[in-house]
Design a protein around this ligand. Structure first.
Ligand code: TXA
Ligand code: MG
Length: 335
């Protein structure tokens, strides 16, 4: 059973650092989801990050830095677009893909020449960063392809059986979906590689230009972790984009054993008369912020209940709806 550390006691951070020195990662809260952290130069601890998650080495790790100026130690250039976004969104849930320096080990980027940098705002993660004189890698603290953890309890369930030594408790994560990952291509402008807690609209307002979204269907995704199947519950899960997907539904007799998950009550009203008895909403009052923060907790709860499967419905792509649809559709690609 992993140790549960209380961040109100400063000496608990010494314990985190001692774990690192022995080559072990530690789970910590961020404002998005819990991360499995290891110092960027500690190859032994980083190797354990991969093995504990069951994550293939071709899938690189996000690098966390305390400030914009520290970020610059790890990249060859920090162009104007990155300056603007970092000024507007850091510390916070936005990650930037930039060309890396030699200070980023190849193990971290899966030998890519580019690194994803993020400056988290969570006080507990920032407290750790202030005690380290290097960056910290942290993928979400779940098993590979599993549901991202938004509480220390989730982390213990996910990684306790796989040798996690300690988790710092930070309560429930504020956003509940991961950071937005962006890159910039000359001629194309800013591209969202992974939709997340910073919305497309907010990015467009910051840069004063249109922002595009990397194709969800891409067969060789620029962000390896955005493979079609991800965030998956152990039960079958089915994603309905519209009426044409009704062929995917379980039989009428079977439906009472399935959970229907809607983001907002008004989404896809045609589903309301299909005979599902157990209906769950991510936000009854149609708040995308509330829906995102409930997403992984509700998925995990439904997975733990007796249902035979989960039917979920696409919502409007505006605001956090884009990230929510992205996670629901990937969680669902099993059937
Ligand atoms: O909010 C977040 O970003 C959380 C918290 C813990 O900080 N972290 C997180 O990490 O979501 P992870 O590993 O679960 O997801 C990071 C995604 C993966 O899909 C990975 O493939 C991609 O970012 N990624 C990381 N480094 C990359 C790189 N150098 N090039 C392309 N994709 C990269
Ligand atoms: Mg993840």
């Amino acid at each position: 059973m992993p140790l549960l550390l209380d961040p109100h006691y400063p000496e608990q951070f010494d314990r985190v650092i001692k774990c690192f020195l022995r080559g072990h990662p530690v789970a910590l809260p961020t404002e998005t989801v819990y991360g499995l952290a290891a110092p960027i130069s500690n190859i032994e601890a980083i190797s354990r990050v991969f093995s504990m998650k069951g994550r293939p080495h071709f899938n690189p790790l996000v690098v966390h830095v305390p400030t914009r100026s520290k970020a610059k130690d790890y990249v060859l250039e920090f162009p104007e677009w990155a300056e603007k976004l970092a000024k507007d969104f850091w510390p916070g849930p936005l990650s930037l893909l930039l060309p890396k320096t030699d200070r980023v080990p190849d193990l971290v980027t899966a030998a890519s020449s580019h690194v994803v940098l993020r400056c988290p705002s969570h006080p507990v993660f920032r407290n750790l960063l202030s005690r380290m004189n290097e960056a910290v890698v942290a993928p979400s603290a779940n098993r590979y392809m599993g549901i991202s953890p938004v509480s220390s309890r989730d982390v213990i369930k996910e990684l306790g059986p796989f040798g996690l030594e300690a988790v710092v408790d930070g309560g429930v994560c504020q956003y509940g979906v991961e950071s937005t990952i962006v890159s910039y291509e000359r001629g194309q402008g800013l591209i969202i590689l992974r939709p997340g807690a910073v919305t497309r609209e907010a990015l467009e307002a910051s840069l004063g230009q249109r922002v595009s979204i990397a194709s969800l269907q891409s067969s060789s995704p620029a962000v390896p972790g955005t493979a079609a199947r991800h965030y998956s519950p152990s039960k079958p899960m089915c994603y309905l984009k519209g009426r044409e997907d009704s062929v995917k539904l379980p039989s009428i007799e079977e439906r009472r054993y399935w959970a229907l998950l809607k983001v907002f009550p008004k989404d896809q009203p045609w589903v309301d008369s299909l005979g599902f008895e157990k209906v769950f909403y991510l936000s009854e009052r149609a708040s995308d912020v509330e829906a995102a923060s409930n997403l992984f907790r509700v998925l995990r709860n439904l997975d733990e209940k007796e249902f035979h499967g989960i039917i979920c419905c696409e919502t409007n792509d505006s605001g956090l709806g884009l990230a929510i649809n992205d996670r629901l559709s990937r969680a669902s690609s099993k059937i």
